[in-house]
Design a protein around this ligand. Structure first.
Ligand code: E4P
Length: 235
């Protein structure tokens, strides 16, 4: 399973890349805005350099399918590792599957985004999406079980041998990472604050504290023994 970072914060990205646990990056216009990236081109180019060869998802910002196509083609020219995020429908409920399909035929990688149901995921896959982004937190907001959606989509992809990969996003708690991983996510995209929580544990801190404390006591014993031996030699 891969882990992507759901962020546009360069400091956090550098920090987690250095830890060796990041396989890619996802953004959306809200994340960019939150992380003070106002110029999409400048920001995306910078993020793509930071990520090296790893995929970086950048989302179209229009409700118009023709404009999405124009934006997507422009984004794809910015860097080799750009993946264009296209919502399965626009905010008026009009299908964007044709955009996904056209981009796929042009060889542009698409992350079909804002997926909240099994049916949206299978249609986005058939249209040619490389990634299908299931928004776990938002599925749960609607009173539905994200685990069931993730598991069913994974079973369907495997049963019919589709190569599309599930990205589980909209992570709201550390527990969401665990449930998504067990349900069969190929990739989970995680905001940096949850990675910090995932690696931490109060009992691990206490355990390491005990070991460091005892190691220091052992060094003190050696120092005492040396002093005692030195004093014996003087007599
Ligand atoms: C990732 O691809 C999504 O854009 C992101 O995780 C959405 O998260 P949200 O539901 O917290 O806005």
């Amino acid at each position: 399973m891969q882990i992507f970072l759901d962020s546009a914060d360069c400091r956090e990205i550098e920090k987690w890349l250095q830890q060796g646990v990041i396989d890619g990056l996802t953004t959306n216009p809200s994340i960019m805005f939150k992380d003070a990236v106002y110029d999409i081109e400048q920001g995306a180019r910078r993020l793509c350099v930071l990520l090296g060869a790893r995929p970086v998802s950048v989302e179209v910002t229009s409700n118009d399918c023709q404009e999405m196509l124009v934006q997507a083609r422009t984004f794809a020219r910015w860097a080799q590792n750009i993946v264009v995020k296209v919502p399965v429908i626009n905010e008026f409920g009009e299908s964007c599957l044709g955009v996904i399909n056209a981009l796929n035929r042009e060889g542009i990688l698409v992350n079909a985004t804002a997926i909240l149901s099994f049916n949206q995921a299978i249609l986005a896959t058939k249209a040619g999406a490389t990634y299908v982004s299931i928004f776990a937190g938002r599925v749960a907001d609607e009173g539905n079980d994200p685990t069931t959606v993730i598991r069913n989509v994974r079973q369907w992809l495997d049963a019919w041998a589709y190569s599309a990969k599930i990205i589980v996003g909209s992570i709201r708690a550390v527990m969401d990472v665990q449930t998504a991983a067990i349900a069969g996510a190929h990739i989970i995209t995680i905001p940096p604050q949850f990675l910090s929580k995932m690696v931490d544990h109060k009992y691990t801190r206490e355990t390491v504290g005990q070991f460091v404390g005892d190691a220091n006591k052992a060094l003190e014993q050696i120092a005492h023994a040396k002093v005692a031996a030195g004093a014996g030699g003087l007599r």
